[in-house]
Design a protein around this ligand. Sequence first.
Ligand code: NAD
Length: 297
Amino acid sequence: MSNALPKIAWIGLGIMGSPMSENLIKAGYDVTGFTLEQDKLDRLTAAGGTAAGSIAEAVRDADVIVTMVPASPQVEAISYGPDGILENARSGALLIDMSSITPQTSVDLAKAAQDKGIRVLDAPVSGGEAGAIEAVLSIMVGGEQADFDLAKPILEALGKTIVLCGPHGSGQTVKAANQLIVAVNIQACAEAVVFLEKSGVDLKAALDVLNGGLAGSTVLTRKKDNFLARDFKPGFRIDLHHKDMGIVTDAARNVGAALPVGAVVAQLVASLRAQGDGGLDHSALLRAVERLSGAQV
Ligand code: NAD
């Protein structure tokens, strides 16, 4: 890498990837992107980036490759095989996977990449779409200290709290814990909303005062208006949180940690998805509580 800013390839320009890559462009980085939807590629071009026609084309000249796709199968699809990142990136490149995936997938990817001379960090994020737009994400990183040091200036253009948590896979383990806490928190807020409404108090006033005390949370701050307006446009899709509850449940079982409340909330997320709400924001857990409380929603 020269003294100039590293050249970035960005794979996966969805709800998170689009605003995050745009923040890198604003910070002066040269970003070439690839994703499956043409409108997202057009958005990247309009923001000052370059649209590539394939993963191979996007990563060929990159110093740093950032990936932000839905889950482990997509990370494997973009990384492996003749058209994938490992086959087409240059030796010495750094691959930062910011998707939320199983810790084991991250460990396996780091091992496979090492054979190609490519270094890897797992760097999943928390903070949602708003956090991505505002560049205030929390970024939990797994991998080597030297690679973390190299990635730090790039990550600082995307987030505020950036922590190396341990070896490969550690970022994903911390992210799994994050998703457990967020789901349980949303569920508690949703139960409070139904309870408050059925009790006939002013819901907005109640949520405002609750959020100023010990019951307050980033979840309540970010999702209060979704609850009030029943606006469940994603945001973070129930489908993705279902994936994450699977990751944390499985990882906890592997290490012998009991998650009794997490297991119940995982079932509620799964039920919501089975009822056709998988494309809604995770604040739609409110709909599950409303149905359990007799409402036809
Ligand atoms: P999304 O579905 O909006 O975007 C995913 C993008 O990946 C799409 O644009 C798609 O084109 C691209 N993609 C999938 N397969 C591909 C392939 N083979 N080649 C190229 N591109 C491919 O998802 P999102 O909400 O942006 O989430 C991305 C990741 O970030 C997930 O792991 C999610 O769990 C995590 N995350 C999301 C949020 C959130 O609030 N949305 C918050 C924190 C973490």
